[in-house]
Design a protein around this ligand. Structure first.
Ligand code: NDP
Length: 280
């Protein structure tokens, strides 16, 4: 029988996930396909029901459905509940299980780049959905502490208050831009840019507010934004001799983790990366 997988979003035409997953299915000779489904927000529940009726083996969920989809699933695992977003849905018998592979995808990408996460102090900027996934993922990976700064400091405080209870031994605290950020950078091994500021044109002055020059030698700087692949933050990190890690790795690994859950086969990572970047 042919397997059916999908990604639901609105809009969805821009998604690179079909190219990545179809390449992987072909490579492993798994008969089936992964299709983009443009699902208007008001019809999300119907789309989830239709997926079951059509025998869909699992699907991804992207903007704007990542939080709303939870209402239509039979179960959502604890990390996804804490993050408040599901990006991957798995068919488990007659049930839909929601998980979040963005969190573990980021950790896998950083490890692949040679970044140690266990016992590391992290500074993270941003307080949206990607920041929430990153905080939970890094805590699960054993980070010692995560200091979170956002331009609206109430957002950073709310994120920390909500996520600290699920972050185990990892200390999660809100900090202000300025002196507190400078101090936190001085003892950090990893900086995460989790805002959308570097998408396309980075606003003037944004990179300077991050105090990257305060990071110790050898620290890694990861920008979750992958368009452009080398963002203004990664350019600055490279100039400073720090270790830049781009956001494409997180995109790749969240997809690979979803693929492995659906098919129970190891994901062909190199091929999926080429499909994402359009090289091959
Ligand atoms: P959200 O819209 O949920 O959050 C965006 C965050 O960025 C908010 O905290 C927002 O602050 C902040 N922000 C925007 N502009 C600025 C600025 N100029 N200065 C300071 N803060 C700013 O988006 P997501 O969290 O879902 O995604 C963030 C980025 O991460 C996206 O651009 C996306 O490309 C990337 N991403 C990458 C993934 C990957 O696999 N690599 C996965 C998911 C996301 P405010 O609330 O004040 O506006």
């Amino acid at each position: 029988m042919s397997a059916l997988y999908a990604v639901m979003g609105w809009p969805i035409a821009h998604s690179r996930s079909p190219a990545m997953h179809n390449a992987a299915l072909r490579e492993l000779s798994i008969p089936g396909c992964y299709v983009p489904w443009a699902v208007p927000p008001a019809r999300l529940g119907q789309a989830v029901e239709a997926a079951a009726a059509l025998g869909c083996g699992g699907f991804n969920v992207t903007l704007p459905h990542k939080a709303a989809v939870m209402a239509f699933l039979d179960e959502v695992d604890a990390p996804a509940r804490a993050i408040g977003a599901v990006n991957t849905v798995i068919r488990d018998g007659s049930r839909w299980l929601g998980i979040n592979t963005d969190a573990a995808g980021l950790s896998a990408s950083l490890r692949e780049a040679g970044v140690t996460l266990d016992g590391t102090r992290v500074v993270l900027v941003g307080a949206g959905g990607a920041a929430r996934a990153a905080v939970v993922g890094l805590a699960l990976a054993g980070a010692e502490a995560i200091a979170v700064a956002a331009r609206r400091s109430d957002q950073a405080r709310a994120l920390c208050a909500e996520l600290a209870p699920v972050c185990g031994k990892t200390r999660v605290s809100a900090i202000e831009f300025g002196t507190q950020l400078v101090q936190a950078q001085r003892s950090a091994g990893l900086f995460i840019q989790a805002t959308s500021a570097t998408l396309g044109q980075t606003p003037p002055g944004f990179v300077e507010t991050l105090a990257l020059g305060e990071l110790p030698a050898g620290a890694a700087v990861c920008d979750l934004v992958y368009k452009p692949r080398i963002t203004a933050v990664l350019e600055r990190a490279a100039q400073l001799g720090l270790r830049p890690v781009d956001g494409l790795g997180m995109l790749l690994h969240q997809g690979a983790l979803a693929f492995e859950r659906w098919t129970a086969r190891p994901a062909p990572l190199a091929l999926m990366r080429r499909a994402l970047t359009g090289e091959g």
